[in-house]
Write a protein that binds this ligand. Sequence first.
Ligand code: BG6
Length: 493
Amino acid sequence: MTTRIIPVDDFDLVIFGATGDLSQRKLLPALFHRDEQGQLPDGACIIGTSRKAMSHEEFRTFAAEAIAPHIAASNTPDAVVQRFLARLRYYAAEATRDDGWISLEQELADRKDVIRVFYLAVGPDLFGAICARLGQHGLVTEKSRLVVEKPLGKSGTSANAVNDAIGKVFAEPSIYRIDHYLGKETVQNLMALRFANLLFEPLWNHKYVDHVQITVGETLGVEGRAGYYDTAGALRDMVQNHMLQLLCLTAMEPPSCLSADAVRDEKLKVLKSLKPMTAERLESHIVRGQYRAGAAASGPVPGYLEELGNDTSETETFVALKAELRSWRWNGTPFYLRTGKRLPSRVSEIVVQFRAIPHNVFEASAGPPQPNRLVIRLQPNEGVKLDLMIKDPGPGGMRLQQVPVDMTFKEVFNVRNPDAYERLLMDVVRGNQTLFMRRDEVDAAWAWIDPILEHWKAAHDMPKPYTAGTWGPASAIALIERDGRTWHDEGHA
Ligand code: BG6
């Protein structure tokens, strides 16, 4: 299989927070890969800014280190690496001071007609101040776009304040709120699977689907991000955005087309149809956990509190919940969501568990027919698996067996799986907002999450401990087993 590369138009991409972790781990490597694949035109320019004083050359050295592991992996010719590094410039600029902004203004002065992207890879407390500066310095042109990273606030109210601040300078059609899960190949594949096949859609409802499970498990702890993570927790960090977006794409009605608003209108309806988590439902519908010392594949690991160096934190590192939708399509079909740090394996998947057949024509000796199950593996080992019942081959009468039809994309396509940021950055340049969150989606997600946070706070609900390297607290297992169902842990360590 070959990949089709469509070059984008000339652009200036200004990264605020260019010397930070996101830029180093994701943005620079993603841009490099797009360049390597021939997608960046000669007129593509990447301008780093941050508070740190640095020359253009020093920034190029920083970028060279960031992309080094990627070069090693793909054996890129040096000329291609040099071409990428030559695109880079750097200006030190502070949101709160005038220094540096004039240089940035001069750098961009004669390229007013070129697409201009401002990427804020900094904390949300700086979003408003940076946008105000961009406005004051006349840097926002007709072709300008703003990209913001989560977390967009810690609650609906603070998200609103951030959105208001950036909205003073940029209109909604030029704001790109990144949820990097939407850029993952397999997440986009969900749309292909649902809307490019006739097979699933007629069954995609409460009559045929018993329940859906969405799991995003991570083996890592909070690593160097404890400072941020402790103010967020798993509900804000993963559920409010990534997990709810996955739920939306799984549950939404088919949009009339793939235009940004058609897709986002449908996702918004899903968010608005979520049954509110009232205080009474909280106990049976949501479990929060925090990891204690245990074992990872690499050996013994400390607990969250030790990693944090603070033994009073009440932040959850794990959440499992049962979400229900108030809709004709999904009434009576729960969506179980589960995510956490220091779980036994790194796995993101959506499991659609179909109902049992209505009548069994087989004799008891055939064994009970198992309901069909569709597993969409988002990462790692990206692919799709459909569990079917078939006859055990050979003589001996009719014996039934559940066998998977299993497709691993790597085997089928044999191409590198691009990182989510590669797709998303090019979509920003192309001006396609389909895979970015609209303001009303963010508001609706917070409207569902806020009451949960408030109830936890009011009830002094402490996270339940779980041993690192296990699938969360026992009550997370009880949450689904009470309903006569089990978590899909098959094939996970
Ligand atoms: C980020 C969260 O948005 O997503 C992290 O802030 C989390 O805590 C990460 O580790 C997971 O992303 P991925 O792409 O590694 O699954």
